[in-house]
Write a protein that binds this ligand. Structure first.
Ligand code: GDP
Length: 577
């Protein structure tokens, strides 16, 4: 027996069409590794597969390996560098995973084994929750609809740039150099490049319109992508635009065209595919955080990204919240977390205790507690210093006189003698302020009964990719009494009875999620209660992606700290967090 045969003996080795069709005619789940002759089956997953087969049993799970060139149906995989794993249930193709992604393979296998076990338990009346797919469609879903190009008529003489993202399979096939050579010979200059593996969450964030196409997300996370910034260093005309479009193969690359124009000779605005300026700079900042589009150079390579806390005081929040957020954004800061809160007198006194005893202290505390403040966690290179510098002097008269451009001068309010903005003065103080305004919080997340059957894995993986830790998890079917109690504040609503019916129809997954600012972030991630509204205002939210109706809306999240504590206590009892 050859070494390779020995390695794969628990996987049926399929050598021809006849064996292929025979393998597919056996009922149950069949997971087959489609490999290239020159590299052989994927060794990296064999231990995992062997373990899963022992755990799940041969009746529920079989494995195979097949050379992509030995079966006609598999020719679309011929010549690809990364393996493809095809999942067949009772001979029908139900899933394709490209690339070696152990956790995803394991999750998918276990999910389908679970389905079969349910079928055995409940008999023929159980309808399998799987959908047949076709190889042709899978291949099509990997093609970008169209290279994304936006042509600007208004480049105002500043350099113009394209961002070219070489996709994982082209990177694996060594196409990056070829693409660069082509670009250079067509007169473009590569001014920056970066290779990066994107996780699923980053992909959904970056490619918002494709966030709910699992095949696309899976494909883009199957290996590193390579991002390039290309420029011709002059205004691009229609001809250079089409030259680049023709030069790059949309199957291999995604082309993004940032508009670059000057507003006042200083400021640079970027737009990608008609999206907002905020999104554009976030998208590009993701790959090239220190690239300066006005000078066309990379910033310092020893970037020292820091976090600091900005506090917008109540009067400014009330009068010019959007304007100040815009100014912060324009100055190149990213808002990593934000929270509006009304400080109690005790909190305000504690926060400003070093000013205690000063004559202005009482009126200052009055002001700070007069309405909600907006706390922001800002990130940028040397954020602490930059933010302090941008704020200007603390005394308003001095700010207006000596630094009229500073934010404190610009955002001084006529009838308020107190400056409206605070910033941590050192990195140590920033850490203290972060803990104070964005402490690690715990919140209750519930995957409601229908979604816990249909989307559990997807939702949990998005929770994890968003950086939450799941401190506790359990599956529980609420009794009517529990559901009535859980939603007691809705007792007099017309939908109360249907809500209780819905929540008691099967087990829900209950989780305690922990993270800085967990309560607000989880609420943001689930989106508005009504999925129609969610699709409009937060299309990437869980409710926009998965909810069926305002009632059957997939997930629950505590709305504030008190509800979180009460709900956690109600469902988990006294837990030590
Ligand atoms: P949540 O905190 O975002 O879940 O929203 P609410 O506390 O307002 O509502 C609790 C749950 O009741 C929602 O998640 C829905 O399942 C359901 N619900 C809320 N509003 C309506 C409504 O107008 N009609 C129906 N049928 N169900 C609703």
């Amino acid at each position: 027996m050859s070494a390779r045969k020995k390695d794969v003996q628990f996987q049926a080795e399929i050598a021809n069409e006849e064996q292929w069709w025979e393998a597919l005619s056996t009922p149950g789940l069949f997971v087959v590794d489609v490999y290239q002759q020159w590299c052989g089956p994927c060794k990296a997953v064999q231990n995992l597969f062997r373990k899963l087969r022992t755990e799940c049993g041969e009746d529920f799970l079989r494995f195979g390996v097949v050379d992509a060139s030995s079966v006609d149906d598999l020719t679309i995989f011929k010549g690809k560098c990364q393996p493809a794993f095809l999942f067949y249930l009772d001979g029908k193709l139900i899933s394709v995973i490209r690339g070696v992604n152990g956790p995803l393979l394991q999750r998918t296998i276990l999910q389908y084994v679970e389905e079969q076990k349910k079928r055995v338990e409940l008999g023929s009346k159980y309808k399998l929750k799987v959908k047949e797919i076709f190889l042709k469609d899978c291949e099509e879903s990997r093609q970008p609809s169209k290279p994304v190009i936006e042509h600007s008529k208004n480049t105002d003489g500043l350099g113009s740039y394209y961002v070219v993202i070489v996709k994982p399979d082209a990177v694996a096939e060594g196409q990056v150099q070829t693409i660069k050579t082509k670009a250079v010979s067509a007169g473009y200059r590569v001014v920056a490049e970066e290779e990066r593996a994107l996780n699923e969450n980053e992909i959904r964030d970056f490619y918002k319109e494709k966030a709910d196409e699992p095949a696309f997300v899976e494909f883009m996370s199957s290996g590193p992508v390579h991002a390039l910034i290309l420029t011709k260093g002059e205004k691009m005309d229609d001809r250079s635009l089409s030259a680049l479009t023709e030069m790059v193969d949309p199957v291999q690359v995604e082309l993004i065209r940032p508009k670059v124009r000057s507003e006042d000779g200083q400021e640079v605005i970027l737009e990608v595919c008609g999206d907002s300026r905020e999104l554009a700079s976030r998208q590009l900042g993701f790959f090239f955080p220190s690239f300066d589009f006005s000078s066309g150079t990379m910033g310092k390579t020893d970037s020292r990204i820091q976090r600091t806390v900005a506090l917008i005081r109540p009067s400014l929040v009330k009068e010019k919240k959007n304007e100040i957020l815009q100014a912060i954004h324009d100055a190149g800061f990213k808002v990593a977390m934000q929270k509006e809160m009304t400080l109690s007198e005790e909190q305000a006194r504690e926060f400003y205790k070093e000013h205690e005893g000063k004559d202005y202290f009482p009126s200052f505390i009055n002001h700070m507690t007069s309405g909600p403040v907006l706390a922001l966690a800002l990130t940028k290179e040397d954020a602490v210093q930059h933010w302090r510098k941008l704020l200007g002097p603390k005394i308003l008269e001095e700010a207006k006189e000596k630094c009229p451009e500073s934010l404190r001068a610009q955002f001084a309010l006529d009838d308020v003698p107190i400056n409206q903005l605070h910033g941590s003065s050192s990195m140590g103080e920033a850490e203290r302020d972060l803990k104070r305004f964005f402490p690690v919080e715990h919140t209750l997340a519930v995957i409601k009964p229908d979604a816990s059957q249909e989307h559990r894995e997807g939702i949990i993986s998005r929770i994890e990719s968003a950086g939450f830790s799941i401190s506790q998890v359990k599956e529980t079917q609420l009794t009517r009494e529990m559901a009535e109690n859980f939603y007691k504040h809705h007792r007099d609503k017309a939908f109360f009875n249907s809500l209780v019916d819905y929540m008691t129809q099967g087990p829900s997954v209950m989780m305690i999620l922990s993270k800085e600012n967990a309560i607000a972030e989880w609420r943001e991630m689930i989106g508005p209660v009504d999925p129609e509204k969610a699709k409009e205002v937060s299309p990437n939210s869980l409710r926009a992606c998965f909810a069926k109706s305002i009632l059957e809306n997939t997930v629950h999240g505590s709305s504030d700290a008190k509800h979180a504590m009460d709900n956690i206590q109600f469902l988990f009892g006294d837990v030590c967090l």
